[in-house]
Design a protein around this ligand. Structure first.
Ligand SMILES: Cc1ncc(COP(=O)(O)O)c(C=O)c1O
Length: 432
């Protein structure tokens, strides 16, 4: 009896292993059906309507806050749940065996997605984790300086403030103009803040408050010849911008795939340029960049496979097309809102400095009131942005905090022109 049930258990586990190719095939079939459908559609509006079917947002809910967290398409979440349960048929074998290998292969796709080499890319859970790994992986001494901006998110700046508190590293903040007029203005500001003790410049790729795209390639031309490490909090970029890290020239980059890449929640990427891997050496990468390693430990491999499918989903649509769509909707919203005298644009107007995020400061009405009316009356989610996030631990830093009383709008591929137009009209009514 015992022997029989053991054999039965083995058979079940073997069947589960045989499921993997079928499940992978299922994902491929769903994505190729989507591709075929899109190829058959001529009008752009039809095309994006077809894409929208892939999502699972509640009926009537309008999601304009991908900058906080995106909505994963069905093919991603189905993949995670299928692999999650199939894996348990023989966990020991699968986590490090066939499924572990599939998870490891996601790094190759991630490297391609970011424009990096696979030996430079690790899978994390989010930007915050990646930034913590970068910051604590650099040998900074008391008195060494990190230069960053007054707009950082806690997830990109707590790591530096931790080093300030515990190792005597000095964190300097550039007070950001609002909006930045052009890239020359920003580069000049940066140069003015560099000192002989600056070891690290830490900038976002896309500003969490204003949506400004930082001119990283130009910054790298300033930092690299001086031996300063250029670290980037790239929370919003992958999945919104069709980006290439080699062209940006950053030394290290951390991002959250659960925002614009539409991956399962708790998915992130970390990049460390090969040439600086001797200067940035996080403990977690001590035994290599692999998804599983002695220094990284056991992973949720089903989840990582879903992360890879999110990249496949973007590649199916075309990353340049996704960026163009995010920008197109953002520009449309910006044009509407520019008409309202009580709103002041905080996002730069130039294409090279703008993105799929647009932000307006509100005059004479608390931002929270507008955001809560939009949700209560119209089921529209926008970011009730709180101004600067810099994690202020002392009164001097607290005084540097700014509150722009602003609303941040993120437009992604599941949004539509009609939603954007309705949003603008509701805001007009609320302001009136
Ligand atoms: C610029 C920036 N960095 C870091 C984070 C934190 O992201 P996560 O919670 O995914 O680590 C955010 C979140 O909104 C962000 O906007």
């Amino acid at each position: 009896m015992q022997r029989r049930s053991f054999v039965k258990g083995l058979a079940a586990a073997t069947a589960a292993v045989q499921m993997w190719p079928e499940m992978a095939q299922g994902v491929n079939n769903r994505l190729s059906t989507l591709r075929t459908d899109l190829d058959a559609l001529l009008g752009e509006a039809d095309l994006w309507r077809r894409v929208r079917i892939e999502f699972q947002l509640n009926p009537g809910l309008v999601h304009f806050n991908t900058g906080s967290v995106g909505a994963a398409p069905r093919v991603v979440t189905d993949t995670v749940s299928q692999y999650l349960s199939q894996l348990e048929g023989n966990p020991n074998h699968n986590v490090w065996g066939p499924i572990g290998n599939l998870a490891e292969e996601v790094r190759t796709r991630a490297a391609e997605f970011l424009g990096a080499d696979v030996s430079e890319v690790a899978i994390t859970r989010n930007t915050t984790e990646g930034m913590n790994q970068i910051a604590t992986g650099i040998d900074l001494d008391a008195g060494d300086e990190v230069l960053t901006t007054s707009h950082e998110h806690g997830g990109g700046v707590c790591c530096w403030e931790h080093l300030q508190k515990h190792r005597g590293v000095q964190v300097n903040y550039m007070k950001m103009p609002n909006p930045v007029q052009n890239k020359e203005q920003f580069l000049q500001l940066l140069e003015q803040h560099l000192t002989p003790r600056t070891r690290v410049v830490s900038l976002m790729h896309v500003d969490t408050i204003t949506g400004m795209v930082y001119p990283l390639a130009d910054v790298a031309k300033i930092t690299r010849p001086r031996g300063i490490l250029l670290v980037c909090d790239g929370a919003h970029a992958p999945g919104m911008l069709h980006m290439n890290l080699k062209l940006l020239g950053v030394d290290a980059f951390a991002s959250s795939s659960h925002k614009w890449m539409l991956a399962p929640k708790g998915s992130g990427l970390l990049y460390i340029r090969r040439e600086v891997q001797d200067r940035i050496h996080p403990i977690s990468l001590y035994s290599g960049f692999s998804a599983y390693s002695a220094s990284m430990g056991t992973r949720n491999v089903a989840h990582i496979i879903g992360h890879g499918v999110a990249m496949d989903f973007h590649n199916t649509l075309g990353r340049a097309n996704v960026e163009a769509r995010c920008r197109q909707l953002s520009n449309r919203l910006r044009s509407h809102l520019l008409q309202f005298p009580r709103l002041r644009l905080l996002t730069p107007m130039q294409v090279e400095l703008s993105s799929g995020i647009v932000t307006f400061a509100v005059d004479g009405m608390p931002r929270a009131e507008i955001a809560s009316q939009l949700f209560a009356k119209h089921s529209m989610i926008v970011k009730n942005a709180q101004g600067t996030y810099a994690f202020a631990t002392n009164p001097v830093d607290k005084a540097k905090k700014q509150d722009y009383n602003c609303l941040r709008f993120s437009t992604h591929i599941y949004n539509s022109e009609a939603e954007v137009d309705r949003l603008a009209s509701h805001i007009e009514d609320i302001l009136a």
